[in-house]
Ligand binder design. Structure first.
Ligand SMILES: NC(=O)c1ccc[n+]([C@@H]2O[C@H](COP(=O)([O-])OP(=O)(O)OC[C@H]3O[C@@H](n4cnc5c(N)ncnc54)[C@H](OP(=O)(O)O)[C@@H]3O)[C@@H](O)[C@H]2O)c1
Length: 268
């Protein structure tokens, strides 16, 4: 398993993250965790909202049935989305969300906390206070963001003292706008549109790790593109290359992300 330097932490972690969003659909969660770990994945991604909290609980129950030690794992969770209502980056919500995650995960601390999706009403001073309190109490080691563009990160950085180590963004062979715009600079086609404030260049300049979410999906959870007849040319190429490199189309779709020198992680 390829290891990457996580942001500015100096910590080496697996380049593949096990995403736990679908943990409530796993037939055998113990086997999922053990298989991931045996294959070199020591990084697990959660969010307070996954399965309305059920995914964190299922993970904790399953983890207790393995022989894995907490200190050998990197546990990340996210907060800030309030299902069906809004986004909430208030100090109160951030702290209560982390406490809820810790209770469900049956842990004293998480290694990283990400702000899940931008809150229009964000008050960076409140985020800073929440992060300070969570760091001081030892409940969170590192902080980061998800789905945020450079200027939103800069706004947070005006008040937040801790380095923001990661940005979780959708990225994959069928969601490649982050790199497309760099190839189409100064052209007039749609691929030249900068959708994200050049977040990939910004991440590299600021040593923020990009964590690629939903790497095998097209659109916004429309489905998996691998083996999908809607994308014959892409699948023919993937199959041809998979044969050449003795791997699977899924392996290739992951390697495509990890080949990028931005030092990314892929969340499978
Ligand atoms: N920050 C954010 O806003 C955000 C948003 C979404 C997700 N995430 C994170 O990203 C993680 C991954 O997201 P995701 O589950 O949507 O991504 P994904 O890995 O692209 O999709 C996984 C789904 O695709 C199915 N699938 C079908 N064929 C597949 C193939 N050949 N290879 C792999 N999967 C195949 C899987 O089925 P099986 O279940 O049968 O394997 C599963 O239902 C989540 O767990 C979460 O941690 C973050």
């Amino acid at each position: 398993m390829k290891q990457i330097q996580l942001g500015t932490t100096g910590q080496l972690v697996s380049s593949v993250i096990l995403g736990c969003m679908r943990m409530n659909g796993a037939k055998d969660p113990v086997k999922v965790i053990e298989t991931a770990y045996e294959n070199g994945i020591n990084f697990f991604d959660h969010a307070d909202i996954y399965g309305n909290g059920e995914c964190e609980e299922i993970f904790a129950d399953a983890l207790a049935k393995t022989s894995l030690k907490r200190e050998d794992l990197f546990i990340q969770t996210k907060c800030g989305i309030v299902p069906g209502i809004m986004f909430d980056f208030s100090k109160k919500h951030i702290i209560e969300s982390v406490e809820g995650s810790l209770r469900r995960l049956n842990m004293d601390y998480v290694d990283a906390l990400l702000l899940h999706r931008p809150d229009t009403l964000v008050e960076p001073e409140e985020v800073a206070e929440a992060f300070d309190e969570l760091e001081k109490s030892g409940k969170v080691r590192f902080f980061g963001v998800s789905n945020q563009k450079p200027m939103q990160i800069e706004l947070l950085k005006k008040h937040v003292r801790q380095p923001l180590i990661a940005n979780q963004l959708q990225f994959g062979l069928k969601h490649s706008e982050m790199v497309d715009q760099g190839i189409h600079v100064n052209m007039t086609d749609t691929a030249s549109i900068d959708h994200d404030g050049s977040v990939m260049d910004y991440s590299r300049l600021n040593d923020m790790t990009i964590q690629a979410w939903s790497p095998y999906q097209y659109g916004h959870f429309e489905g998996v593109f691998i083996g999908n007849e809607k994308f014959p040319e892409l699948n023919q190429t993937l199959e041809k290359m998979a044969e050449k490199y003795q791997t699977t189309p899924t392996g290739l779709a992951s390697a495509w992300i990890l080949r990028h020198p931005a030092n990314m992680q892929v969340i499978v």
